[in-house]
Design a protein around this ligand. Sequence first.
Ligand SMILES: CC(C)(COP(=O)(O)OP(=O)(O)OC[C@H]1O[C@@H](n2cnc3c(N)ncnc32)[C@H](O)[C@@H]1OP(=O)(O)O)[C@@H](O)C(=O)NCCC(=O)NCCSC(=O)C[C@H](O)C(=O)O
Ligand SMILES: [Mg+2]
Length: 291
Amino acid sequence: MTDIRPRRSVLYMPGSNARALEKAREIAADALILDLEDAVAPDAKDLAREQVCAAVKAGGYGRRELVIRTNGIDTPWFDADLAAATEAAPDAILIPKVSSPETLVEIGHRLTGLWAKPETRVWAMIETPLAILDCERIARAARDPSTRLACFILGTNDLAKETRARFVPGRAPMLPWLTTAILAARAHGVDVIDGVYNDLKDEAGFKAECEQSRDLGFDGKTLIHPNQVALANTVFAPEESELTRARAIISAFNEPENANKGAIQLDGRMVERLHAEMAKRVVALAEAIAA
Ligand SMILES: CC(C)(COP(=O)(O)OP(=O)(O)OC[C@H]1O[C@@H](n2cnc3c(N)ncnc32)[C@H](O)[C@@H]1OP(=O)(O)O)[C@@H](O)C(=O)NCCC(=O)NCCSC(=O)C[C@H](O)C(=O)O
Ligand SMILES: [Mg+2]
């Protein structure tokens, strides 16, 4: 089983908000997106870039994965964002509004030219109609190591803006896009994180959306407020009963009498070796979270 990085809770914070950047060192999110794009007003872009890069260089975020979101590749801020983010060397650089694999290839070349650290990954926002329509080719870019592509983030606010789809409970208008992105990501070994839930006061709605998101197959949810972190961490972690069952499946296939069997019965249910593989992933995720 390859290393699993828990990405249950991925919290955005405006790069212009020094207090939030400081506070984030204590927030129990798996990953932090230090934003230079939509959360930052045009006249605060330079300040945000400076603050974010200084915070990443200063460290103190423990095991939290640090991600810098640049402005879009076609904006006047992008070159400075990419150069400064590369020098600060976060775990990943998140590129908004990626609509084609060619953009990722170009960014990969630019990162090489900037002498980016080999460990710095690229994450891509999937948030335009073209990105959904070309999602498989975009995810396939991960097969080219020079792109560094490791993760998709769904941008459901931008998708709603571009398509005029409405946010409704259950997200029926968006389900085809969400599942397309998940399929494309899984086909090419890319992690995939769901979009944000904008209503900070609606805890029941947020919980329902996290559970839907987990059941669809997302690795976690992007968040906009520290109050959303605990619930996302709980929903996207394996439940105790799931963990117990996973361990039982692994043990059953380790029994000598099952050594040559492809399928067995366990507590009245058929279990195949593919279920043992899934069970190993559940245990590995729980161990990574515990660590
Ligand atoms: C939504 C907010 C503007 C609300 O801010 P505020 O009114 O200040 O909230 P609170 O008073 O409840 O804040 C309490 C304390 O928590 C800190 N705080 C708040 N939010 C964050 C955060 N995200 N990270 C870290 N810390 C945070 C406040 O500083 C308060 O601290 P203290 O002073 O000690 O009491 C605000 O929550 C916010 O700005 N959220 C993030 C917005 C954002 O980043 N948006 C862009 C990403 S969403 C997006 O673009 C998705 C995608 O692209 C798409 O298309 O869908
Ligand atoms: Mg967006």
